[in-house]
Design a protein around this ligand. Structure first.
Ligand code: PXP
Length: 236
């Protein structure tokens, strides 16, 4: 069964809008777990516009499910991850001011840089995942780096799903097969929703984990958080 990791960035964005502690991010994370999430994902950015580094530190001791920290591996991020020691770190090629992740790594071009970072986390005993597109060379190089998993960047799937679901999913099935042949796990994330999630999982049932934020929080406005998490779990 595929795990659901709830990305709680948007709850932090809402909290930060008024400067207080409403919604309480830690309580929201605990409630996601209580409602059935298998993990919590955070994406601290250097400008701390949503998740703050302090949030990451405060979340770790209270969570009872898998904790996934994603981000660009600049020094401050690497230090934070090593200090907090989450279940998983997902490396994303975001530039500091970027609105959201919009591409996977070129794992061939950045091989030496990523190799150092992945080795560092491997030595610390933290599971590593590398955000990539469906380009199979990128998947193969992620495996060569010694990463435990890839995370497939699913925005192109979500966009193309609306007109042709089968054509949309095919490159993802292919990339996930290559990952399996290389002996690494498969995560997926970005723009997954109640509309497109079930079809993806039916096509690639060996996906280990999906991390979902934006659509899930939007759905929660209408359905409530508990019912929303239940419906996402139902798709899995
Ligand atoms: N995976 C990665 C690497 C991301 O950067 C994000 C967005 O923070 C997500 C998954 C979740 O995407 P969404 O918010 O569209 O569900």
């Amino acid at each position: 069964m595929t795990n659901l990791s709830v990305n709680i960035n948007k709850f932090a964005t809402l909290r930060n809008a008024r400067g207080g502690n409403n919604p309480d991010l830690l309580q929201t994370a605990l409630d996601c777990e209580r409602f059935g999430a298998d993990g919590i994902t955070v994406h601290p950015r250097p400008d701390e516009r949503h998740i703050r580094y302090a949030d990451v530190i405060n979340l770790k001791p209270i969570l009872s499910t898998e904790f996934n920290i994603e981000g660009y591996p600049q020094d401050s991020f690497v230090e934070l991850v090593c200090r907090v020691h989450p279940t998983q770190v997902t490396l994303v090629p975001d530039k500091p001011g970027q609105l959201t992740s919009n591409a996977g790594w070129d794992t061939k071009e950045n091989y030496d840089f990523l190799n150092d970072i992945v080795s560092h986390f491997n030595e610390a005993g933290i599971r590593t995942s590398i955000f990539v597109s469906t380009d199979t060379t990128m998947v193969e190089y992620a495996a060569k780096l010694g990463a435990d998993r890839i995370e497939l960047y699913t925005e192109p799937y979500a966009t193309a799903y609306k007109s042709d679901p089968q054509a949309a999913v095919e490159p993802f099935v292919n990339a996930a097969k290559v990952a399996r042949q290389c002996g690494i796990g498969v995560n997926a994330g970005h723009d997954l929703s109640l509309e497109n999630l079930r079809f993806l999982i039916q096509a690639i049932p060996w996906i280990d984990e999906v991390s979902i934020g934006h659509a899930l929080v939007c759905d929660a406005l209408y359905l409530g958080l508990q019912e929303t998490v239940r419906q996402y779990k139902d798709c899995l």
